[in-house]
Design a protein around this ligand. Sequence first.
Ligand code: ATP
Length: 384
Amino acid sequence: MPRCSDRFPIDSEPRASPSAHPPIRPSAQRNPIAVSSSETVVETKALTKRYDDFTALDALTMRVGKGEILGFIGPNGAGKTTTIRILVGLSKPTSGTATIAGADCLNDAHKIKRLVGYMPDDFGSYHNMRVSEYLDFFGAAYGIGRSHRIKRIDEVLDITGATYMHDLYVDALSRGMQQRVAIARTLMHDPQVLILDEPANGLDPQARIDMRVMLLRLSEMGKTLIVTSHILPELARICNVVAMITRGKLRAFGTLDEIMRDVQQKRTFEIMLISGDQVERVGQTVRRWLQEHTVDDDDTAVTCAQTEMMVRFSTHLNDREVAPLLSHLISQGETITQFREVATDLEDAFLSVANAGDRSDGGVADKPASSEVSSGVSATGADA
Ligand SMILES: Nc1ncnc2c1ncn2[C@@H]1O[C@H](COP(=O)(O)OP(=O)(O)OP(=O)(O)O)[C@@H](O)[C@H]1O
């Protein structure tokens, strides 16, 4: 499983400074209320969206403050796009409210359009259009006058480090260049809030670093950012606040440090095996052993990785308490190559929170959102 620190040396680049948030536990608690301490810009209250009998978004309550970068994390189908579509006025909630700078996302569509810049995942197709013409087109759509548009195009290209692209054709841009131009486009009408869907998707490592620097700069300018991403270490580098959502419910909210601190109350162990054939069997044995030796239901989550010949579990047990598990496995005739504690990172935190939330729903654990999240790990036993 990739680790944050494997890919991006700590302190080699600017990071978002965490703002003070009351810690909200990433536990099985149903729909924690997410509160930000700085001036509220984005706020949802019990936001719910149903499609017939299916609840895509379930009483989402959260606040995001001025200048904050919210990392909005969730697996496929969690409800991120549903939330975003409501925030930008493209979808009507079944119940609850969403406001941006006090404007109601449902009833103040005109104000919302001025307040929000939305960058969807898909850049779209624009033939025979230069970057300046592309930005001019969107500026006009926002009702910006011609002379102001010309000035503004230069400003947004400067902010996004894309001045040299002014005369290039849009359809000849690389993915990284397109993403810069797409952000420039969202800035044309100088919105307070930027909602960016997977801005780092498809970018090479250097372009990702450039993207991070750019998003941090926008935050320093006082913009409030909501950023979705499946690349969790990417978000860890830039977000002041993280919201984790699965099955339409908010499972955890807080600074990364707060979420990690809570998750780290449990320790994660990996059991490395000699053969992939052992994985399911050992997973079941570990699960049964944990059920017998712990009182906390949260302590019985076991994940198995067939290709990595690995079983992983998290527990509150201390060394003395967990050591007999190794003896037990050996007495069962299992060959163990390693039994070790592993450091917890954002991906583990996400999986831990998602699994705890799903168990509290009595449901099936969501599959991790991407190969980077899952790294071949799948839920097993009663978690599957
Ligand atoms: N128009 C619709 N009708 C019925 N169900 C829908 C509709 N739009 C979304 N859904 C369902 O709502 C759930 C949440 O979808 P949503 O697109 O918000 O997820 P997401 O977190 O953005 O996922 P992804 O990361 O794949 O984009 C999914 O189960 C989806 O199938």
